[in-house]
Design a binder for this molecule. Structure first.
Ligand SMILES: [Zn+2]
Ligand SMILES: [Zn+2]
Length: 328
């Protein structure tokens, strides 16, 4: 199975946690947090359609300016999601620059402030010097905060002494093409397959699309093509949790959205020897990260955001996390 989500821990496990997820075949990507961004190329930044900020501490948010600078001439809008207060933070950042030269620029930002029962949405356009629109409130139930045919993002509010959001990116289901069935039925492998996948993901089963066969171009119904050429399987899920206290409440909320994740990115800031300090500063130890990994049943776990204190003891961090993950 060719995965749809191609995630990358941009700064490695020791430095600012930034997870870039390329969305295969969409020329698009999303980002979890934006601290230091040197590990991303301008091309990668240009493909971002949404960024999901856990909380606006500097190591998770300072790269916002670099993103903005890179995409300033772009037509595609950028969606910014974050916890309560993110609207003011983004507006403050925009307000700190002079925008007299962006009159003809089409870029539009949408700021989504995720609160427990609503999302406050504002927009800001480059051609209006990024003056923010009046906020509107969109009621929310459940944990989904963003959705489109190819993916949805779920979020829970967590405690880091400040509001902090944890996220899970989910593919509703995965469309596998049975290449071996093509020759048998006279179809040729060509870009129309991407269109077919798109239609299936959007649920447009009654639509008709152009397909390429050995006898030329012809029209086929999506439903029939799906029956002949496609197998559906469970979609991918990628979880991202950082800067949180290991409280029962936080762990319970993580379990609500992250159970069975394919990949869990999780902070392992301290070793267990500093559990008291971890609790006070609302961070996880490697042992606690491993315990959360075990509770969620994540298939793969990637530790990140390790304190500089342990940069020369990273093996100890991994060992402690793995031991807790395997313990009963
Ligand atoms: Zn942090
Ligand atoms: Zn923090």
């Amino acid at each position: 199975m060719r995965p749809t989500f191609l995630p990358r821990l941009v700064n490695g496990p020791l430095f600012d946690p930034v997870v870039y997820v390329r969305l295969l075949n969409l020329k698009s990507a999303i980002l979890f947090d934006c601290g230091r961004m040197e590990g991303l190329s301008p091309r990668e930044i240009l493909s971002l359609e949404a960024i999901f900020i856990s909380h606006p501490h500097m190591d998770h948010f300072m790269g916002f300016d670099q993103i903005l600078r890179t995409i300033l001439h772009r037509e595609k809008p950028l969606h910014v999601y974050g916890p309560e207060g993110i609207r003011d933070k983004v507006i403050a950042r925009l307000g700190s620059y002079t925008w007299n030269l962006t009159g003809g620029y089409p870029l539009k930002l949408f700021i989504h402030e995720v609160r427990p029962h609503e999302i406050i949405v504002s927009s800001a356009c480059a051609h209006e010097a990024f003056r923010p629109s009046e906020p509107t409130s969109v009621a929310r139930t459940g944990t989904t905060i963003a959705s489109c045919p190819r993916y949805r993002v779920e979020s829970v509010l967590l405690d880091h002494n400040v509001p902090c959001l944890g996220y899970v990116l989910r593919e509703p289901f995965h469309v596998n093409v049975k290449v071996e069935a093509f020759a048998k039925r006279g179809y040729l492998v060509a870009p129309w397959i991407g269109k077919l996948k798109e239609k299936i993901m959007a649920g447009c089963m009654e639509d008709v699309i152009e397909v390429l066969t050995v006898s030329g171009v012809s029209l086929r119904k999506v439903m029939d093509l799906m029956h002949d050429l496609v197998v559906l399987s469970p979609g991918q899920s990628i979880a991202y949790f950082t800067d949180i206290r290991a409280s029962d409440e936080n762990i319970g909320r993580i379990g609500m959205i992250a159970t069975g994740a394919d990949i869990l990115y999780i902070e392992a800031f301290y070793l267990g020897e500093r559990e008291g300090e971890a609790h006070e500063k609302a961070h996880l130890t490697a042992r606690q990260a491993g315990m959360i990994a075990r509770l969620t049943g994540a298939r793969k776990v990637v530790p990140m955001h390790v304190s500089p204190r342990y940069h020369d003891r990273f093996e100890d961090v991994v060992h402690e996390m793995d031991a807790a993950r395997r313990s009963l």
